[in-house]
Design a protein around this ligand. Structure first.
Ligand code: AMP
Length: 188
């Protein structure tokens, strides 16, 4: 299973990606987590990414794409990508990486959550980049840079109402993936 999860900051992508990865037995790849672990290890990449993360801006695409490429080559096979792609350019880069490896995405899941819920969730999780000002900026960046991705993927996007308990949302995604794979199989 090669799955991408798209959604605004605070939508619960990380939590769900982790649970889904376990259920579907594929690795969970989070670009935010990869940047944070680079930062903890004080690598050059981590130090470069820090200024963007602290400001709620996107880390430049070439750095991000190179990091994802390394990760995908390291462990070819299925994955759940969380936080990547975040722009149509990154989506195109992902398509060519996968084509190079002779594969393609199986599904794109889009999480839908009202903005007031997002802000509340982010304030509650208390990450260092979760101050009110940075949260506002991340939401703006999402609308400008990431929302166009939903148009890029078009009909491929399986929209999920991501308000509810953690368990409910995991079930919704798994059910939706099952029925979409049934539909795809029917068509073939
Ligand atoms: P996240 O954990 O997904 O909320 O990501 C935290 C921060 O890492 C974001 O605010 C960005 O600064 C950076 N980041 C994560 N993924 C990407 C990406 N695909 N492109 C650019 N920056 C990213």
């Amino acid at each position: 299973m090669r799955l991408v999860i798209i959604g605004p900051p605070g939508a619960g992508k990380g939590t769900q990606a982790e649970r889904l990865a376990e259920q579907l037995d594929v690795p969970h790849i989070s670009t935010g987590d990869l940047f944070r672990s680079n930062l903890r290890d004080r690598t050059a990449l981590g130090l470069q990414a820090k200024q963007y993360m602290d400001a709620g801006e996107l880390v430049p695409g070439d750095l991000t794409v190179a990091m994802v490429h390394r990760r995908l080559v390291e462990e070819p096979g299925g994955f759940i990508l969380d936080g990547f792609p975040r722009t149509p350019d990154q989506a195109r880069a992902l398509e060519s990486m996968l084509a190079e490896m002779g594969s393609k995405l199986d599904a794109v899941v889009g999480f839908v959550v009202p903005e007031a819920v997002l802000v509340q969730r982010m304030l509650e999780r208390g990450r260092t980049d979760d101050t009110e000002e940075v949260i506002r900026r991340r939401l703006e960046v999402y609308r400008q840079e990431t929302e166009p991705l939903l148009r890029f993927y078009g009909d491929q996007v399986i929209s999920i109402d991501a308000v509810g308990t953690v368990e409910e949302i995991t079930h919704r995604v798994l059910d939706a993936l099952r029925s979409s794979s049934r539909r795809t199989t029917d068509v073939r």
